[in-house]
Design a protein around this ligand. Structure first.
Ligand code: ADP
Length: 459
């Protein structure tokens, strides 16, 4: 009984700590807009870098030709052959590989050798389709979902690793040069014509498909966003102003930090145990890499202090990152009356058996509380992008935000809460009717191919 009461109290306190009221979401959004504006003036003075992508024209949807794309995300490496056929149609051949954890934290050349091997493999398998023109090289767009500093479209030096990458000696190196070196070593005949963030790729790919796309958001392993900015508002130096008057900005908003963020002890502990502490603070509150870990930390404290799983704390529960966000999503979505999915997940992932229905309900509650906070915070961040675009008050024409990533694509409760928070709490009714969050699965590969096409050295 004593433990029961304690558990109830702790859960109530956690619910309170993780609830972000709408007023705070609005204040956070104002703060984020200020940081974004600062980032456009001077990267150093803002937690949001607002990186210039050097993509200054977006696809019309009528591009044609055969191009290649390479997409290095937090979890997968994808190699694609994309045949653009005009009129918004494509033909796509793609292979996905799970990057081995050892490679993610090994030497930089090992990572790129691994990538080159996979590229070589895919090029071999699609050889027959490639109508080789003598003297003409293949052209490839490289989507790379880590922050780089670019000075032109086909070059960029790594600023920081994020998510669970930590390959040594990489910071400050040009990712296109390193990739090209590894490709040359294998005598792979290809020009890397564009380097772009996955958000920029998603924006380009989304736009190829739908002309109302003006921003892209990734909610997957990490979180990030890109949007189309008026070039005259970019006050920091970046080269010649584009003829189009527009420039795609890769916000790197996952690094947002503010004294207004309602960080809990769980967030602070997660951050201080992470390899990149003090960085990616917003991302660590909500993205796929971290949601499960936050839930694990809460369950552990409930087990430690209120005997959630009995007198002995299950040892597996002490293992960092053992609980993935996919499992949180499965448990949260358990519709069975006896919460059998929760039972199975606890057994399989945490080796906890014989959990009572009441305790399983507590587990679901914690998943819900953590995911709800994540979704609400994602909503304020998207509001900030709409403000930057001047689309938060007016409702003339449809505004499409292209979204990709498993957190949005596969976590139904998360997605619904995000959409509802934005539509019902943050936007006026008239505006919210015109703002569409649409999933564009794997659009970044198509985007990379389209941007490679726009940078082609051939006619
Ligand atoms: P990436 O962002 O690495 O390119 P994804 O968009 O697939 O790739 O995101 C992977 C992240 O999504 C992982 O952190 C994983 O835990 C999480 N994830 C995978 N499946 C689900 C799911 N069903 N519900 C919620 N999160 C998921």
């Amino acid at each position: 009984v004593k433990n029961g009461k304690k558990l109830e109290e702790m859960v109530r306190k956690i619910e309170e700590e993780f609830w972000v009221p709408v007023e705070l979401l609005k204040e956070l959004s104002d703060d984020m807009v200020l940081m974004m504006q600062k980032g456009l003036e001077d990267e150093e003075s803002s937690s949001i870098k607002m990186l210039v992508s050097y993509v200054d024209s977006l696809p019309s949807g009528h591009e044609e030709g055969c191009f290649y794309a390479l997409d290095l995300g937090g979890t997968n490496l994808r190699v694609m052959q994309v045949k653009l056929q005009g009129n918004r149609t494509i033909e796509l051949k793609a292979e996905s590989y799970m990057v081995p954890p050892k490679i993610k934290i090994g030497k930089l050349h090992e990572l790129f050798d691994y990538i080159a091997e996979k590229v070589s493999h895919v090029f071999e398998s699609v050889k027959a389709d490639f109508d080789t023109v003598p003297g003409k090289k293949r052209e490839l767009g490289f989507t790379f979902s880590f922050p780089v500093h670019q000075t032109r479209i086909n070059s960029g030096t790594l600023l920081d690793w994020t998510k669970d990458y930590d390959a040594k000696d990489a910071i400050g190196k040009d990712m296109v040069v390193e990739l090209s070196k590894a490709l040359e070593k294998r005598a792979i005949d290809v020009n890397v014509t564009a380097l772009l963030n996955d958000t920029v790729g998603t924006l380009a790919g989304g736009r190829f498909n739908n002309k109302n796309v003006v921003a892209a958001v990734i909610l997957g392993t990490g979180m990030n966003a890109a949007y189309i900015e008026q070039s005259e508002r970019i006050l920091k130096p970046y080269g010649l102003p584009p003829k189009s008057g527009q420039m795609v900005i890769n916000t790197e908003w996952g690094n947002f930090n503010s004294s207004l963020l309602p960080l809990t002890d769980y967030d602070c502990a997660l951050d201080s145990d992470s390899p990149n502490h003090h960085k990616q603070i917003l991302e660590k509150m909500l993205s796929g890499r971290y949601l499960g870990e936050i839930v694990r930390r809460i369950l552990l404290s409930l087990a430690d202090d209120a005997a959630l799983f009995g007198d002995i704390v299950p040892p597996k529960l002490r293992q960092p990152y053992v609980l993935g966000t996919d499992i949180v999503s499965a448990m949260h979505g358990d519709k069975s009356t006896d919460l059998s999915v929760v039972g199975k997940c606890l057994e399989k992932v945490l080796e906890i058996t014989n959990v009572s229905l009441e305790k399983k309900k507590v587990v679901v509650k914690i998943c819900e509380v953590v995911a709800t906070r994540g979704a609400r915070l994602s909503a304020f961040a998207i509001l900030s992008i709409l403000k930057m675009l001047g689309k938060d008050k007016t409702s003339a024409g449809e505004t499409v935000v292209a979204i990709d990533g498993s957190l949005f694509g596969k976590y139904e409760e998360f997605k619904l809460c995000l959409q509802k928070t934005l539509a019902d709490e943050l936007l006026d009714e008239e505006v919210s009717k015109m703002v569409v969050l649409r999933q564009f699965k794997d659009a970044s590969g198509i985007g990379a191919a389209v941007v490679a096409a726009s940078q082609s050295i051939y006619d």
